[in-house]
Design a protein around this ligand. Structure first.
Ligand code: KG4
Ligand code: ZN
Length: 382
């Protein structure tokens, strides 16, 4: 028995995975060793293209992936200083995401797997966001509660071990990242909305970071949703109505006209009020999830919105995960894991991490001649 464990460890020791990610508007490739050590990580973002449009245009994203994917893969291999012979496996995001975008990454990975004769592993995008927490840092212990917050998803996922995902809460309408992006549009801010809202909120009369937990200038309703589910479409509309009310304009005033009527101070105060409300909703639901799973040993944040400093701070405060806590307090606190900022948005290093732990948990390679993409698949249905 001991011998078997040793052999298994030996097989996977030093496993180098070339990973590819193209599910939305980032073209990315990375080489990751043993799911944790990054040998290279290349991300070409299309945000500059889409900032002007206020959102991603799928056809433009797919075309841009097509132009960049091979140079990005080349650079990832060059940066890692490896030849194709030294790569043990290829991994790619195949679901969920934009159809045309997913196709480019998946076809590239299929082609390389066939040409290089490497096993190919298909990875779920949300799974990879969670595994960003295994890159380069201390690793969370199981069981854990993960809050996955991105432009397309808002979910609470319970994990009892590697590659075991149970969705315990999900949004019934918009994702929280989508809500940040839509509120940003109302305030005349560029895409992606999250970072722009955070920056502006800091200049509000309250100062979002300092004002955490205090009264906000424009109170917004917290949606009442049963259990661990979320709803964010009402919050976006609440911001719209509050802006119209503040400006004294009728509710049929087109939203794109509002930013031009607001002062910089009003915009900053709305950004701060929205940010604090969104953070409050996320923290409260995560607290509820942890209360329902008292055996959880960690809280894990994942996805683009986990770059939010107010969210990261609020979570640490809620679960008492501050360094320097007195010993007796540490017993009731729960460690909160957040990915390094460079791994919160879409990247391929997290895909390499997810694939490694999937392989370790016994996942089999997929057929490079038939691997298909799927714009929507739940993480637990994988
Ligand atoms: O995970 P991600 O890069 O792409 C998807 O898988 O969707 O997430 C993108 C989302 C966008 O909605 C963006 O506005 C949001 O993450 N985001 C943020 C911040 N940085 C990015 N939201 C709040 N605060 C931030 N600092
Ligand atoms: Zn993502």
């Amino acid at each position: 028995m001991l011998w078997l464990v040793w052999v298994n460890y030996d097989i996977i020791y030093g496993m180098k995975i070339l990973a590819i990610e193209s599910s939305c508007d980032e073209t990315a490739a990375a080489v990751v060793e043993n799911g944790t050590r990054i040998l290279s990580n290349v991300v070409v973002s299309q945000v500059d293209i889409f900032a002007a449009y206020g959102g991603v245009i799928p056809e433009v994203a797919a075309r841009s992936h097509l132009e960049t994917i091979l140079p990005v893969v080349h650079k990832a291999m060059d940066d890692a200083g490896l030849t194709k012979e030294e790569i043990d496996a290829i991994a790619v995001t195949h679901t969920p995401g934009l159809l045309g975008s997913l196709l480019i990454g998946t076809l590239t990975a299929r082609m390389l797997a066939i040409l290089w004769g490497k096993p190919l592993y298909a990875v779920h995008h949300l799974k990879s966001h969670i595994y960003a927490n295994w890159l380069d840092t201390d690793r969370p212990e199981f069981p854990l509660v993960a809050l996955v917050v991105s432009g397309g998803h808002t979910q609470i996922i319970y994990m009892q071990g590697h590659n075991q995902f149970e969705i315990i809460g999900t949004t019934r309408d918009d994702a929280v990242g989508e809500c940040f992006d839509k509120v940003a549009k109302i305030l005349g801010l560029p895409y992606p909305g999250g970072p722009a809202i955070e920056k502006l909120a800091l200049s509000s009369s309250e100062g979002a970071l300092q004002a955490w937990g205090r009264e906000v200038k424009y109170p917004l309703p917290i949606p009442k949703v049963e259990g661990l589910d979320f709803s964010f479409s009402g919050l976006k509309t609440a911001v719209l109505r509050a802006v119209q009310k503040e400006l004294g304009v009728p509710i049929n005033t087109p939203s794109y006209e509002l930013a031009g009527m607001m002062t910089e101070q009003q915009k900053a105060d709305f950004a701060a009020s929205f940010l604090e409300t969104a953070v409050k909703i996320l923290v409260e639901k995560t607290r509820q999830a942890v209360d329902e799973h008292p055996e959880a040993k960690a809280v894990v944040l994942a996805g683009g919105v986990s770059a939010s400093e107010p969210l990261r701070q609020a979570m640490k405060r809620e679960f008492g995960a501050w360094t320097g806590l007195p010993e007796e307090m540490k017993q009731v606190s729960l460690p909160v894991f957040v990915p390094e900022r460079k791994y919160t948005g879409d990247n391929a290093a997290m895909v390499g991490a997810a694939a490694f732990f999937e392989i370790e948990a016994g996942a089999q390679p997929t057929d490079p001649y038939t691997l298909n993409i799927a714009p929507r698949t739940a993480i637990s249905a994988e």
